[in-house]
Ligand binder design. Structure first.
Ligand SMILES: Nc1ncnc2c1ncn2[C@@H]1O[C@H](COP(=O)(O)OP(=O)(O)OP(=O)(O)O)[C@@H](O)[C@H]1O
Ligand SMILES: [Mg+2]
Length: 509
């Protein structure tokens, strides 16, 4: 089946046989066979925790395999470390952002591989050469980015662009992308997919990991599916379909596409915003009812997050008013929290996760008061809650006491989300709640959000992923360039097209 040539070359650049990996006696990868040809895009899909990142970390020299062998260009290699893998022309855009905050964009791009020049007999950094190269690479990515800007001032999508540039400056033969589009807006995402196709046409071999199956179907020559650390198959794009991929990913576990049949919206208005303007927002008006799930749609940078920031008093309000439960409210973090508002920020990993704490502590942290009886911790109640969420969200972990940093990226996201979902809030604001989460787990989260609304909580979901908003919202507001440009009923005719149109500022349908 794998004899047909998909790419431009004849041999395999990478060939893996019987690869396995164990951590502390647990085999997270077993008997993986895989190959990559020059000029092909070979995608890797699987549920959160299936072993995708571990596999590519072996190819990039981060981890040593516990079993099996790797060949590059037909020659057996033992990848000693990252430098070794890089010297073979393999570069990886990892799932985690790994930038030095106070360094500029170009310094981050060249970190560890700085260009030097001789000056008065000594080696000094050749800034102008590095800047020139950095500008060239960023230009090919088609984005506007000041290369002198310190990276802590960048938003998530620009950080991703810097991570990608870090790889491209080295002109590698193999590029591995681990979920590169998760923080990107629709237009940046499309551009990146075009760039990846362009790289492929120059003969680079590409391994592509994503939870977005439409993206995988669009871009791949071949698709390999992992389930629970094993390969369930490799197929050519022509043989694949999203349904087939999902069934290979989840096996015989049940999977129903989430459909919401009921609304719990009541008359009481919990949150009302009148004529609100900040630096980024222009005359926002909205109301959120008890039991309602209100979707806020908009491309990355449209101003969705800024609505949440205004409610938490994080951005200065120039004009307008906010009312909570019918009372005038003056925004601040403390008052938001004491009035029962919970915010799940988009950058959860950076802002929320305590890497060296257990899964349980990371779930129960904010609401520890809940498990205190007369000042004494009720440990069993805390454990029960942690276990309940591990089950509800299908968090892949060895148990509630596992240290959270050893979980896969998507499972860490689920842990932080659980922390907020088990809280005592009345108004929940969720910013991109299913970023990095696999297809089945997304459905689990939608049912949980629905349950919260059923319990009388008000929910506002900020998302650039339209199918998600269409399947869970009672109502959808569209933000474009800091303004609300439309209100839609997700059940109305052609809702998707109309909302897309509004999200893009009415430019293209
Ligand atoms: N350093 C480690 N120590 C112990 N277990 C680990 C370690 N790294 C990964 N694992 C485990 O290996 C399994 C596979 O994780 P991996 O990160 O490869 O998943 P993934 O397919 O990339 O998932 P996601 O889609 O969520 O990113 C998980 O159960 C994870 O907990
Ligand atoms: Mg991963």
């Amino acid at each position: 089946m794998e004899t047909k040539s998909t790419g431009q070359g004849t041999g395999n650049i990478i060939e893996v046989e019987g690869l396995g990996k164990e951590f502390n006696g647990v085999w997270v990868l077993n008997d993986i066979n895989f190959d990559l040809q020059p000029g092909e895009i070979h995608s890797l899909v699987g549920e959160n925790g299936a072993g995708k990142s571990t596999f590519i970390k072996i190819l990039s020299g981060v981890y040593q395999p516990s079993a099996g062998s790797i060949k590059t260009d037909g020659n057996p290699v033992v990848m000693h470390n990252v430098k070794h893998s890089e010297s073979l022309g393999i570069r990886t855009v990892h799932q985690e952002i790994n930038l030095v905050p106070f360094f500029s964009v170009f310094e981050n791009i060249f970190i560890g591989t700085e260009e030097k020049r001789r000056f008065l007999g000594v080696n000094v950094m050749d800034d102008s050469k590095m800047k020139k190269k950095a500008r060239e690479v960023i230009k090919t990515l088609g984005v506007e980015l000041d290369i002198d800007k310190p990276t802590h001032l960048l938003n998530a999508s620009m950080e991703r662009i810097v991570e990608i540039s870090k790889v491209l400056v080295h002109r590698p033969r193999v590029i591995i992308f681990d979920e590169p589009t998760t923080s990107l807006g629709e237009e940046e995402r499309k551009r990146l997919l075009e760039i990846i196709k362009g790289l492929k046409s120059t003969g680079i071999g590409i391994i592509y990991i994503s939870h977005n199956l439409d993206e995988v179907m669009e871009i791949s020559d071949r698709i390999t599916v992992f389930r629970d650390g094993r390969k369930t198959g490799t197929m050519y794009k022509e043989e694949a379909s999203p349904e087939k991929i999902v069934s290979m990913m989840i096996g015989h576990k049940s999977y129903n596409e989430y459909k919401r049949d009921k609304s719990y919206k009541e008359r009481d208005v919990y949150l009302e915003i009148n004529n609100l303007s900040t630096d980024k927002l222009d005359n926002i008006n909205l109301s959120l009812h008890k039991g309602e799930i209100l979707g806020i749609a908009g491309v990355v940078g449209a101003g969705k997050t800024e609505i949440a920031q205004a409610i938490f008093g994080l951005d200065k309000i120039h004009k307008g008013q906010i009312y909570l439960y019918g009372q005038k409210y003056s925004p601040s973090c403390q008052r938001a929290i004491s009035n029962g508002i919970a915010l799940v920020p988009e950058e959860r990993q950076a802002q929320g996760l305590i890497p060296n704490y257990s899964v349980m502590k990371n779930i129960t942290l904010t609401y520890l008061g809940k498990w205190c009886r007369n000042g004494v911790m009720d440990r069993q109640a805390e454990i029960d809650t942690a276990n309940e969420y591990i089950k509800l969200m299908s968090i892949k972990t060895t148990g509630h006491s596992q240290i959270v940093k050893f979980l896969s990226g998507g499972n860490q996201q689920k842990v932080i989300l659980s922390r907020w979902l088990n809280g005592d809030f009345k108004i929940g604001i969720f910013d991109e709640p299913t970023k990095g989460i696999d297809v089945k787990a997304k459905e689990d989260i939608y049912s949980l959000v629905d349950r919260l609304a059923g319990n009388g909580k008000s929910i506002m979901v900020l998302s650039s992923y339209l199918p998600e908003l269409l399947s869970i919202s009672d109502r959808i507001l569209v933000v474009h360039d800091g303004k609300i440009v439309g209100e839609f009923d997700p059940k109305e005719e052609n809702a998707k097209e109309k909302i897309m149109h509004a999200m893009l500022g009415g430019r293209v349908a």
